[in-house]
Design a protein around this ligand. Structure first.
Ligand SMILES: N[C@@H](CCC(=O)N[C@@H](CS)C(=O)NCC(=O)O)C(=O)O
Length: 215
């Protein structure tokens, strides 16, 4: 059976889980403790997840490559990537910058992490973003920067990102927005909430077998 090695909080991993759920691909889910460098290095030569072991063997740690290869019948319209990928990447990079500053301190206390992996995560992420307690103190700054980006996002939905049906582009966008559900008191606008809910219904995140990460 195929195996997906992933982090629960990671938008690129969520992307693959959403796509595999939509495509009804059966796979074993392995949540990798965030501090484990050996496993990803051994499988792909780099500490980067998601890593997918294809049903016939072989690994990839590139989310879009994994999805394109598993979407044999092109049910996710992966052809749309050619015309839309760079503008969507630009949008999700800008969304991600604010979402990650808001959510990382909260993700660190989800069951994915144990004390050791939480410590590793915090040390690593604070190098770029500064102390987690400051991120929480300065939340308004990130919420203010996020608001116009969410408005911009809303305007692009018709009702899906590239038209009337769900595609790979929605999975790329929704997997980034998804993280915000953890942020205390954050409320999506009606439009974004009603976009995300059917995306979720369509993609059922396969249940996660947490392996070895609990305290
Ligand atoms: N291009 C990769 C990017 C994956 C990626 O950036 N993964 C992050 C987690 S969100 C990672 O593993 N970074 C190394 C680390 O967090 O230690 C993809 O699309 O799959």
């Amino acid at each position: 059976m195929a195996i997906l090695y992933h982090y629960v909080h990671c938008p690129y991993c969520i992307r693959v889980r959403m796509a595999l759920g939509h495509l009804e691909v059966d796979y074993q889910s392995v949540v990798v403790p965030y501090h484990d460098e050996d496993l990803p290095n051994k499988l792909c030569g780099k500490k980067m997840l998601p890593i997918f072991e294809f049903p016939g063997g072989g690994h990839s740690n590139e989310s879009l490559l994994i999805i394109e290869r598993m979407d044999e019948k092109d049910r996710l319209n992966c052809d749309l990537l050619e015309s839309h990928k760079s503008s969507l990447d630009h949008l999700t990079d800008r969304l991600g910058a604010q979402i990650h500053s808001l959510c990382m301190p909260y993700w660190a206390y989800t069951p994915e992490f144990n004390p050791q992996s939480r410590h590793y995560f915090q040390q690593k992420k604070e190098v770029k973003r500064g102390p987690f307690n400051k991120l929480i103190q300065n939340k308004q700054q990130y919420l203010d920067a996020l608001a116009p980006l969410l408005e911009e996002t809303e305007k692009l939905l018709t009702p899906y990102y590239a038209g009337e049906s769900l595609s790979i582009l929605d999975i790329m966008l929704a997997s980034h927005l998804w993280g915000l559900y953890i942020f205390p008191e954050f409320q999506f606008s009606d439009k974004l909430h009603s976009y995300l809910q059917p995306v979720k219904k369509n993609v059922t995140l396969n249940t996660t077998r947490i392996s070895g990460a609990r305290a």
